[in-house]
Write a protein that binds this ligand. Structure first.
Ligand SMILES: *[C@@H]1O[C@H](CO)[C@@H](O)[C@H](O)[C@H]1NC(C)=O
Ligand SMILES: *[C@@H]1O[C@H](CO)[C@@H](O)[C@H](O)[C@H]1NC(C)=O
Ligand SMILES: *[C@@H]1O[C@H](CO)[C@@H](O)[C@H](O)[C@H]1NC(C)=O
Length: 846
C-alpha cells in the first residue's frame, strides 16, 4: 500500500466513523481556480467612489497640503529640462523686438528637445531647459510684444474661454467695440483699423494678433507668435510680414479661386478671421491700401492677389497651419498630445503645432472638445486644472447658508430600482431645508411608491411641489415649469434628475453646487456599458457621435470637467443662466425629447454644457426592458441592470466563497453551503410565488412534466410557470456554477452553461405537504435555497442525508445547499410541524 492509498483508506474509515450533525462545519480549502465572473466588483473599477476621508475631500477640494503641492508643481519652469542654450537662441531678429537672448520658441524642425524627442515645457512647448528668473522677466517683456485684438460680440462662454487662454499665456488682449452683440463686417474692419493705428502709434514694434470671434483659443505663449512671424516661411521677401490664416475654400467670391497661386501642399485660400503682423506694418497696409472695402476678407484677398502688393507688404498665408488652425474640415489632421503637462494640438499632415485654434463654421463642438485640454485646462499629471477655477466653496458655510437648490425629479416611464433611487436622493448630504422639491411622476405604476416617499420624506425639505401622473402633464412643459419654479422660489440652482439617474455619491449635489457652472451634469454611465448621459461629439445633423476621448471619460481613465454638446438625465443649471432672458434654456425644440431640445437650444445660444467625472457621481439604470406585469419586477432585471440587481439581491458575502483558499462550510459530507442571495431576494421569491398561487397539488400526476408522472411529488411552482426560467438559468451560470467549481473539482461544463429542467419553489406546510420521503434527485448536483427562517417562520423542517445520518436543520435564508444528485445523497425533507417553509430546488445537469 503506498502512501496515497493509505490516506484514502483512512479517509474512508473516518467518514464511516464520524457522525455529522446539523450544525457541524468542516473547513475545506481548495486550490485556487479561475473565477470567470465575480459579483460585486464596482463597475467602474479603480476610483469607484470611496467615502472621503476629510471634510475637505468631501467637498471635492484637495486637502490643504495637496493644494500647496499643486501650486508648486505648476510653477513655470518645473518641467523644463536643461539643454544647450545656444541651440535655442533665435538668431534672426529683424523686427527689432526687445527679445534679448530668448530661449526656445516653438516647435520647429531640428529644435526638438533632446530628451525624448518631444517638445517639453508649459509655454511655447519647446523649452528645453529650466527657466531662470531672468528668463521669466524676458518672457514677461515678450508677452508685451504681442497684442491680441478681438472684436467683442457680447459676453459669452466662448469669449470668457478665449480671455482665459490669453491670461494663461500672459497675452495682452483687447476686446474691440462695445461688446454688445454681433458686429457687422464693415464695422469690424473699422474697429480693427482703429485699434491697429492705436497700437502702431505708441508701440510700432508690437505684433498684432487678430482673432475674429470668440470661438478661438490660444494654445501657446507669445514667444511662439514672435518666432513664427519673424521666421522665413516661404520664398523671398524677408521675415517682416503679415501671416493670414488659411482656408481650404475660397470665399466670399469663389470665382477668384483660380487667381490664388497653386500649391503642392497646404490650403491655398484666405481666412481673414485670424492673422498676425507688426502693428506699424499693418497700419501702413490699412492706410495705404484700404479703399472702402467692406470687410477684412475683401481687403486681404484684394491685396494678396496683386503680386506687387503682396510682395511689397510681404503678406503670406499660413498654408500649413504653423500658427493658425481652423478646425472646419481638419478633423482627420489633428491629434491632441501632451509634452509634460502642456497639451498641444499636432497637425499630423503638416507636422506643425498650431497656436491659434479656431472653431470656424460648424466646428465649435470640436473646438470645445480640444479646449478641454488646451491652455492648461487639463493635463495627465494634475488632471483637471480648470475645474478649480470659479468654484463656489461652501465648505466653511453653515448649513443654513448653503445655496438653495430646486431639486426637480422626473419619472417619465416605468423605471426599475426606483426604490433605491429615492434612498439615494434621501441620503444626499445637502441640507434638506435648503432644497425645494419639484416632482413630476408620469407613471401610474410608480404612484404608490412616489406618494409614500413624498409623504414620509418630502416634508423634510424646504418646500414641495408634486405633480401626479393623473395631471397628464407633458415632460417638456413640466421641465420648463421647473425653471419658473426655481426662479420663483429664489433658488440658486436647479438640479434636474430623471428616475434613471442614480446619484450614488451622497455628496453629488454638493459637488455640483461647488463646481458652479452654468450647466453641469454628473457623469453617469450604465455599468459595464459604454452608455452614458453625455455625448462627446455631434453628427452634422445634431445627433450622437463619439469623440476620441469618450470611452476614456466614461471609464474614468480621464477625470475632469468636460465641455460637451449634450447631457441628459441629470444636470444642474445655475440661476444666473435661468435669469438670463437671452439664454434661458427651454426644453422645447421641434419634436426633440426634452433634454435633447434643451441642449440644442443651449448650443445655439453658445452656452457651454459640462459634464463632470472629477469624482464618481453615480450610474444610470436602464429602463429599456422593464416588464411591470411581473410581481416584484426587479427580480427580472438581471440581464438589463445586473449591477443594480446584484446590489439588491446578491448576498453581500457571495464572492467571499470565490476568493483563493476560501473557507467553505460543509455541514454534511459533500454537502456545501454558500451565501447566495440577500434576504430580500428570498422574500421577493416567496411573494412572487404566492402571488402567482398556482401551486401543484402534490400528487403523482403532473401535467407540467413530459411523462405526466412525478415519482416524488411536492407542492411546488416551476420557474417557467412564473416566467423566470431564463433568469434562473442565468443565475445558475453566473453565480452558482462558480461555486460548484470550487467544491466539485473536475466537473465543469465544457459543453456549456448549467442546464436544469427541474427548477421550482417548494412549499411545506403541516396541513398540506409537511415532508418529503427519502429520494434521489435526477441531477448531477442539486441546489436547495432556503427562503425563510426555521424556528421563526416555521417549526421543524430541514434536510436529512440518509447515508450519513446527517441533517441540516438551521438552514439560513438566501444560502444554498449544494450536494451531488443520484447515487450517494439519498435525502429527505423533514417534517414541518408549524408554519410554512419555502425552498427553491434545482436539479442541475440532469
Ligand atoms: C459577511 O461576512 C462578514 C464577515 O464574516 C460578517 O461580519 C457579516 O455579518 C456577513 N454578512 C452577512 C449579511 O451575513
Ligand atoms: C492558499 O494556500 C496555499 C497553500 O497553503 C498558499 O501557498 C497560498 O499562499 C494561499 N493563498 C492565499 C491568498 O492565502
Ligand atoms: C442518527 O442521528 C441521530 C441524531 O444524531 C441519532 O439520534 C440516531 O440514533 C442516528 N441514527 C443512526 C441510525 O445512526
Amino acid at each position: 500500500m503506498n502512501f496515497g492509498m493509505l490516506i484514502l483508506a483512512l479517509l474512508a474509515a473516518c467518514v464511516h466513523g464520524i457522525e455529522f450533525s446539523g450544525s457541524y462545519s468542516v473547513v475545506v480549502t481548495r486550490p485556487p481556480i479561475e473565477i470567470k465572473e465575480v459579483a460585486h466588483i464596482p463597475p467602474w473599477g479603480i476610483g469607484y467612489y470611496i467615502p472621503p476621508k476629510s471634510t475637505r475631500m468631501e467637498s471635492g477640494l484637495p486637502p490643504e497640503e495637496e493644494e500647496e503641492e499643486l501650486k508648486a508643481k505648476n510653477e513655470d519652469g518645473e518641467y523644463y529640462v536643461d539643454a544647450r542654450e545656444q541651440d535655442l537662441v533665435v538668431e534672426d531678429v529683424r523686427v527689432g523686438f526687445d527679445r534679448g537672448e530668448e530661449v526656445g520658441v516653438g516647435v520647429q524642425p531640428g529644435m526638438l528637445c533632446v530628451e525624448d524627442e518631444r517638445p517639453m515645457g508649459e509655454d511655447g512647448i519647446n523649452y528645453c531647459r529650466r527657466l531662470t528668473d531672468e528668463d521669466k522677466k524676458r518672457m514677461e517683456r515678450m508677452s508685451k510684444n504681442v497684442v491680441v485684438l478681438t472684436v467683442g460680440s457680447g459676453e459669452s462662454d466662448a469669449q470668457t474661454r478665449l480671455l482665459r487662454s490669453a491670461q494663461v499665456f500672459q497675452y495682452t488682449i483687447q476686446v474691440l467695440g462695445d461688446n454688445q452683440g454681433p458686429v457687422a463686417d464693415d464695422l469690424k474692419l473699422k474697429l480693427v483699423q482703429e485699434a491697429v493705428a492705436g497700437v502702431a502709434k505708441d508701440h510700432p514694434d508690437r505684433l498684432v494678433l487678430y482673432l475674429d470671434g470668440p470661438d478661438a483659443i490660444l494654445a501657446a505663449g507669445p514667444l511662439r507668435v514672435v518666432e513664427e512671424v519673424t521666421r522665413d516661411h516661404e520664398g523671398p521677401g524677408g521675415p517682416v510680414r503679415v501671416l493670414l490664416s488659411a482656408d481650404g475654400v475660397c470665399w466670399p467670391d469663389k470665382s477668384l479661386a483660380a487667381k490664388f497661386p497653386k500649391l503642392k501642399v497646404g490650403r491655398r485660400f484666405i481666412d481673414s478671421g485670424a492673422f498676425v503682423g507688426p502693428a506699424e506694418h499693418l497700419h501702413r497696409i490699412f492706410t495705404e491700401s484700404a479703399q472702402g472695402e467692406k470687410s477684412l476678407q475683401e481687403l486681404f484677398t484684394k491685396l494678396y492677389l496683386k503680386d506687387a502688393v503682396r510682395k511689397k507688404y510681404n503678406i503670406a498665408i499660413d498654408h500649413t497651419n504653423t500658427l493658425f488652425q481652423n478646425l472646419h474640415g481638419a478633423t482627420g489632421e489633428l491629434e491632441l498630445k501632451f509634452a509634460g503637462k502642456e497639451g498641444y494640438l499636432q497637425n499630423t499632415v503638416y507636422t506643425t503645432v498650431p497656436l491659434v485654434i479656431r472653431g470656424n463654421r460648424n466646428s465649435k463642438v470640436m473646438l470645445n472638445s480640444y479646449a478641454n485640454y488646451l491652455a492648461r485646462a487639463w493635463n495627465p499629471v494634475d488632471g483637471c486644472r480648470e475645474c478649480w477655477e470659479n468654484m463656489l466653496p461652501i465648505e466653511s458655510l453653515e448649513a443654513s447658508q448653503f445655496p438653495v437648490v430646486t431639486l426637480a425629479i422626473f419619472i417619465p416611464k416605468p423605471t426599475p430600482f426606483l426604490e433605491e433611487f429615492f434612498v439615494k436622493i434621501t441620503a444626499q448630504k445637502y441640507p434638506k431645508e435648503r432644497i425645494h422639491l419639484y416632482i413630476h411622476n408620469m407613471e401610474e405604476f410608480h404612484a404608490p411608491m412616489v406618494t409614500e416617499w413624498v409623504d414620509s420624506t418630502g416634508r423634510l425639505y424646504k418646500s414641495l411641489k408634486y405633480i401626479t401622473h393623473d395631471a397628464g402633464a407633458k415632460e417638456w412643459h413640466t421641465k420648463n415649469k421647473a425653471i419658473v419654479h426655481t426662479l420663483e422660489t429664489g433658488s440658486d440652482f436647479l438640479l434636474v434628475v430623471d428616475s434613471m439617474a442614480h446619484l450614488d455619491n451622497p455628496f453629488a449635489i454638493k459637488l455640483l453646487v461647488e463646481q458652479n457652472r452654468k450647466v453641469v451634469a454628473p457623469m453617469l454611465a450604465r455599468p459595464y456599458k459604454p452608455w452614458s448621459n453625455f455625448w462627446g461629439a455631434l453628427t452634422s445633423d445634431g445627433f450622437y457621435a463619439r469623440s476620441a476621448d469618450y470611452v476614456e471619460i466614461v471609464q474614468n481613465e480621464k477625470r475632469g470637467l468636460w465641455n460637451v454638446p449634450f447631457v441628459g438625465n441629470a444636470y444642474m443649471i445655475s440661476s444666473k443662466l435661468l435669469a438670463d432672458k437671452q439664454r434661458v434654456p427651454s426644453f422645447i425644440n421641434k419634436l426633440l425629447e426634452p433634454d435633447m431640445a434643451m441642449c440644442a437650444n443651449l448650443r445655439e445660444k453658445g452656452v457651454f454644457i459640462h459634464v463632470t467625472n472629477r469624482l464618481d457621481m453615480g450610474h444610470l439604470v436602464s429602463a429599456d426592458n422593464f416588464v411591470t406585469k411581473h410581481f416584484r419586477p426587479e427580480m427580472w432585471q438581471l440581464f438589463e441592470n445586473r449591477w443594480d440587481w446584484e446590489a439588491r439581491y446578491l448576498h453581500e458575502n457571495y464572492s467571499s466563497s470565490l476568493v483563493e483558499n476560501a473557507t467553505i462550510a460543509m455541514p454534511c459530507p459533500d454537502v456545501y453551503w454558500f451565501p447566495l442571495f440577500k434576504e430580500r431576494y428570498a422574500q421577493d421569491m416567496i411573494d412572487v410565488n404566492e402571488n402567482f398561487g398556482g401551486w401543484s397539488d402534490g400528487s403523482h400526476y403532473d401535467k407540467r412534466l413530459e411523462g405526466g408522472y412525478e415519482t416524488v411529488p411536492t407542492v411546488d411552482i416551476h420557474m417557467n410557470q412564473i416566467e423566470y426560467r431564463y433568469e434562473w438559468l442565468e443565475i445558475l451560470r453566473a453565480y452558482v456554477q462558480p461555486l460548484q467549481l470550487r467544491v466539485f473539482e473536475g466537473y465543469n461544463n465544457d459543453v456549456g452553461p448549467p442546464q436544469a429542467l427541474m427548477a421550482f419553489t417548494v412549499r411545506y406546510k403541516p396541513d398540506e405537504q409537511p415532508l418529503l420521503r427519502p429520494h434521489h434527485d435526477t441531477s448531477t448536483y442539486t441546489i436547495n435555497v432556503a427562503l425563510n427562517r426555521p424556528g421563526i417562520d416555521f417549526q421543524g423542517g430541514g434536510c436529512r442525508f440518509v447515508r450519513y445520518n446527517c441533517s441540516v436543520l438551521d438552514t439560513r435564508v438566501g444560502w444554498v445547499l449544494m450536494h451531488p444528485g443520484r447515487l450517494t445523497h439519498l435525502h429527505e425533507g423533514l417534517r414541518v410541524t408549524e408554519g410554512t417553509r419555502y425552498i427553491v430546488v434545482t436539479f442541475v445537469d440532469p
